[in-house]
Design a protein around this ligand. Sequence first.
Ligand code: DC
Length: 261
Amino acid sequence: MPENSVGDKGVRGMDRMSVEALREAVAGRGLLVAIDGPSGSGKSTVSKRIAADLNLAFLETGAMYRALTWLCMSNEVDLGNPEAVLKLADELEFSSVGTVAEPKFLVGDEDVTEALRSVEVAAAVSVVAGYIPVRNWMANSQRREMLKAKETGRGMIAEGRDITTVVCPDADVRILLLADSEARLKRRVLETYGKVTPELLDATRELVSGRDATDSLVSSFLEPAPGVIPIDSSNLSIEGVVDSVFDQVVDWLKSEGQGRA
Ligand code: DC
């Protein structure tokens, strides 16, 4: 089977619509895909795959919260002071360069890709993400990016915690990606340390569950909002999740009168 064919699974298979055909069908249409989910649900990996397959721009909103957290820490700004944090948000020059598969995150000219993954930033980011004025600032900026991508026809996939509900409730495809807590913990450990050991699992368990609990206070990403499609990735491969999202893209094309039966 060629790399990018779907075999007999999912709507792509049902419709005999290859990834290439799907990419062509969405080209220039400004498709907006919103994916939310908790830490370790696999939304980043899945979103990168979909962005690459369908040639969509990719927005990793968690990286923006992490970049602001990093900027506050680098400037020794008191994270307990919401006004000071918001002031730095106005000065945040965040950008993403490189490929979708291997994005490099910049703040100003500085490459902060590694720093954003650090345990220090991960431990502090929930505080920053908990401030409502900071969230409003982020949501406005993220929505602007998404609408720009719609207007230009490029389209975008954006992932985070509040994209389907706050940032872009009018996105064409809205998905909530869920997974059981042990599956999520394993993915997080692998992403952070490049390997999974019982010690690393134990060391990370509290950080992840604590962060989920804190994050849940300000955005609701454990239950799908009306119209949002839940996908449980616990027992699905990346391919399986990507297929399920493509099903929704095909449905959107059909609803737009452009799908192939
Ligand atoms: O997805 P992530 O782990 O990189 O997210 C980092 C933090 O930012 C996490 O604590 C949740 C928060 N976040 C958020 O509140 N809203 C978003 N849209 C994205 C991330």
